[in-house]
Ligand binder design. Structure first.
Ligand code: THU
Length: 157
């Protein structure tokens, strides 16, 4: 028997420390929060995905009176990308959120388990690590891959 310690590498950065391309993707994710439909939680999430053909697709959470029928921002974005750009591969993902006070969340939020699983599949299709930028108001977490967000993940059967 032995212990296995799993370490998740996270860089905490200021917006000004990002590359212009990373800043642009964070801007797109922040803008996408304004297209969220979240009358029930009043928590507005935006996701932006840079694709290999240079396109940036965005998504925002879409809620429904029948609560489980709603969809998170990340899955809205990744399924839109898959449905409309099936040959393009994911390059980078950015996620931002505004809380019930409608201000950008102070600390980065992280995708739910279902969204991690969905994004992981597109990372696998990309054939390379897909960095994830989690944007808060004052700091941005940079993760090297979706896999880093979901160690011991289920990827094949
Ligand atoms: N939500 C997302 O869109 N992405 C996340 O990563 C976490 C949660 C949405 C789901 C729901 O509409 C609202 O935020 C509150 O949970």
């Amino acid at each position: 028997m032995k212990n296995i310690d799993i370490v998740i590498p996270v860089i905490s950065a200021q917006y000004s420390e990002l590359t212009p391309a990373q800043q642009h993707l964070v801007d797109e994710a922040r803008a996408a929060t304004l297209r969220s439909y979240a009358p029930y939680s009043r928590f507005n999430v935006g996701a932006a995905i840079l694709l290999s053909d240079g396109t940036v697709v965005t998504g925002a959470n879409q809620e429904n009176a029948a609560f489980p029928s709603g969809t998170c921002a990340e899955r809205t974005a990744c399924y839109y990308a898959g449905a409309n750009h099936p040959d393009a591969r994911f390059e980078t993902i950015a996620i931002a959120a505004r809380g019930t006070d409608s201000l950008e969340v102070e600390h980065p939020i992280s995708p739910c388990g279902a969204c991690r699983q969905a994004l992981l599949e597109y990372e696998k299709l990309a054939g390379h690590d897909v960095p994830v930028l989690l944007a808060g108001r004052d700091e941005i977490y940079i993760l090297p891959s979706v896999k880093a967000l979901m160690p011991l993940s289920f990827t094949e059967f």
